[in-house]
Design a protein around this ligand. Structure first.
Ligand code: ATP
Length: 235
């Protein structure tokens, strides 16, 4: 569904992504793990067109998207939930959800989808009239994921959904990520520093070190791999 081949991305002289190859099949949960500054966010921003790539290819359903405007990529069903949430603080929960459905005009289905996200995150239903900016960090993350779901993504890109959240909330969010994949058949590309949880959630994983993919395997194999356990799982 989504394929990166020999992708190189630079920030000025900094070579942030080095010959990155990643392949994601329809219906999979794939995770990209790595230390601080490894290049995980840059990978997502290269895919969604926020940062231009210098060479290589990124294709969605076989069509090159690396030179395509971000709005067009969104229109093709690839939606990114950025790190740090970026919800609209001055809009209510409900208004934030409506913004996610901005490009749609199927009013009845939009209503159903709002009910669906409220069923995933009942706390958002209770807070529907509350301003986004007054929600807790965990609730804002839930709202960011829900807003992305309102665009009916075929593939959802998640940047560090665990960042700064209490373990119990993180676990809850990861359970919902699995549920979205199972119930909606949404393909998920999850970028995470919490390797333990990411490897327990995804089907396959890529490991990134200083801009390079150093391992690619099933999460089952990686969880049993001593080098990975020592470097990323602290065991
Ligand atoms: P983290 O988990 O800390 O967010 P990351 O794996 O997502 O890290 P990136 O944010 O992609 O890593 O950063 C990759 C490299 O690119 C780092 O060395 C970083 O300093 C550099 N970098 C990122 N953004 C910029 C920028 N706007 N200008 C210059 N260098 C940047």
């Amino acid at each position: 569904m989504l394929k990166l081949e020999h992708v190189n991305t630079y920030y000025g002289n900094i070579h942030a992504l080095k010959d990155v190859d990643i392949e994601i099949q329809d219906g999979e949960i794939i995770t990209l793990i790595g230390a601080n500054g490894a290049g995980k966010s840059t990978t997502l921003m290269s895919i969604s067109g926020v940062v231009p790539i210098r060479s290589g290819s990124i294709s969605l359903d076989g069509e090159e998207i690396s030179q395509v405007p971000t709005e067009t990529i969104v229109d093709r069903g690839l939606i990114q939930v950025p790190e740090g949430r970026h919800i609209f603080p001055g809009l209510t929960v409900r208004e934030n959800l409506d913004m996610g459905a901005f490009l749609r005009n199927d009013k009845e289905q939009i209503k159903d989808d709002i009910e669906y996200v409220y069923s995933l995150f009942p706390i958002l239903a209770n807070r529907r009239h509350q301003m986004g900016g007054t929600l807790s960090g965990g609730e804002q993350q839930m709202l960011a994921i829900s807003r992305a779901l309102m665009a009916r993504p075929r593939i959802l890109l998640l940047d560090e959904p665990s960042l700064g959240l209490a373990p119990i909330i993180v676990q809850q969010i990861f359970n919902i990520i699995k549920k979205i994949n199972e119930e909606q058949k949404t393909t998920i590309f999850l970028v995470e520093q919490n390797a333990n949880l990411a490897l327990k959630t995804a089907h396959r994983a890529y490991v990134m070190e200083t801009g390079r993919i150093t391992q690619a395997d099933t999460t089952k194999n990686l969880l049993a791999n001593d080098t990975i356990r020592e470097a990323y799982l602290g065991v």
